[in-house]
Design a protein around this ligand. Structure first.
Ligand SMILES: CCCCC/C=C\C/C=C\C/C=C\C/C=C\CCCC(=O)SCCNC(=O)CCNC(=O)[C@H](O)C(C)(C)COP(=O)(O)O
Ligand SMILES: Nc1ncnc2c1ncn2[C@@H]1O[C@H](COP(=O)(O)O)[C@@H](OP(=O)(O)O)[C@H]1O
Length: 349
């Protein structure tokens, strides 16, 4: 990747904004006011920070709602930490506080499928990745699938299978958890060797109680990771369609940090080339984005419901932390490490 052409910001002769002025100054107080993402490519831009902040805010508001709302205080059932829900379900404060609610059963419990479907719709229709609805293999499509592959691997290791039980189950056992029927020696003998590595799913399916350990919220993890993945993928397309400025920065081969909008086809350019879309491409742009926004919206609502009616504060916090680690790996690490970016790329770049 060439970086011999200087960045547009550096070549501009007359400063027109306070930020331009600050860029030309040594370490002055104005310069110190710069957003952290302007100095480290690993950090989210102002807009990304604002959007990602929705997650912790939702978790806090949902948890506060469960403490303060009349419906939860007056419910005939109380929150039961072993069942991780209001128990018995018949006295739950809301339809959304029951595990069998239709959105939980068909949307969250199949959440990775819906995330994959929405991403696939965006990848095959959006003109910024390749010709709409044509099976052409482009670099951007391959890299989008690679990012999905890394996120899917993390999702699988955390919630499904990690060379045996998933990480959430291993963590539960490591922190002192066990399946209650395993404590009965007769039942334990009946189960045999196959189920020695017990998982939450196997425990609950055998009528046991999965209790005692720390249970990272799988729902919080999945809903944040899936919706942030879709959000991060479509954000550059939305910004471009609205003619808004792109503020992401990346470290290039020489070690210099440049704005992504000055990179065109892997080369640092003086003037970004404007994107012109045909009418059909615009239609597909809208369709791919609408599907993704729909899945992101429903994920947000279910995250709010999970925060309000399920889990303890700490279980939600660890679910959030694991999801944000995965988001950092897939979307922020490549900005600062050109070698990782060569494989995973970046949405819209
Ligand atoms: C970028 C495009 C992707 C490329 C994919 C390749 C081709 C795609 C072509 C078409 C796409 C159409 C369909 C997608 C087909 C296959 C890929 C999907 C793979 C899956 O994800 S299928 C598995 C679905 N399962 C889930 O989603 C389960 C989600 N549930 C959980 O993770 C857990 O239940 C939990 C975290 C919600 C918590 O569990 P509990 O503790 O409550 O039990
Ligand atoms: N928003 C939501 N709606 C319904 N059930 C939810 C939920 N969030 C969490 N749960 C339930 O709470 C339990 C713990 O979830 P998790 O650890 O995935 O966050 C799971 O119970 P089950 O495993 O009995 O279905 C899950 O279905």
């Amino acid at each position: 990747m060439s970086n011999s052409t200087p960045n547009r910001r550096i070549t501009r002769s007359t400063p027109s904004t306070i930020k331009d002025l600050a860029d030309g100054l040594p370490d002055t107080p104005i310069k110190q006011m710069r957003h952290p993402s302007e100095t480290s490519p690993f950090l989210p831009t102002k807009l990304e920070t604002l959007l990602l902040a929705i997650y912790p805010v939702t978790l806090v508001l949902g948890s506060l709602f469960s403490l303060l709302a009349y419906s939860t205080r007056s419910a005939t059932s109380k929150y039961n930490p072993i069942h991780q829900s209001y128990y018995p379900a018949a006295g739950a404060p809301s339809y959304f506080a029951t595990k069998k609610n239709i959105f939980n059963v068909y949307f969250v419990k199949k959440g990775w499928f819906w995330t994959t479907l929405a991403l696939a719709a965006f990848v095959v229709t959006h003109p910024s990745l390749g010709p709409s609805l044509r099976p052409t293999v482009t670099r951007r499509r391959v890299q989008a699938v690679a990012r999905w592959g890394v996120a899917t691997t993390v999702w699988m290791l955390v919630t499904q299978w990690c060379f045996g039980p998933a990480l959430v189950d291993r963590n539960f056992k490591l922190t002192g958890g066990a399946c209650e029927i395993m404590e009965d020696p007769i039942k334990r003998a009946e189960m045999g060797r196959k189920q020695e590595f017990f998982t939450a799913q196997a425990c609950k399916a055998s009528g046991g109680l999965w209790k005692g350990g720390h249970d990272i919220s799988g729902h919080v993890f999945l809903l944040i990771l899936g919706s942030a993945l879709l959000g991060m993928e479509i954000l550059p397309a939305i910004l471009r369609a609205r003619g808004l400025n792109e503020e992401r920065r990346v470290r290039v081969g020489s070690g210099k940090v440049v704005k992504t909008r000055s990179i065109v086809d892997g080369t640092v350019k003086d003037t970004p080339v404007p994107v012109v879309l045909t009418e059909t491409e615009e239609e597909y742009t809208k369709l791919g984005i609408k599907v993704a926004v729909g899945v992101v919206g429903l994920s947000w609502w279910m995250l709010f419901m999970t925060a309000a009616f399920f889990h303890t504060w700490f279980e939600k916090f660890t679910g959030f932390l694991v999801a944000f680690t995965a988001i950092f790996l897939v979307y922020f690490l490549p900005r600062g490490v050109p070698e990782v970016r060569a494989v995973l790329g970046m949405p819209g770049l």
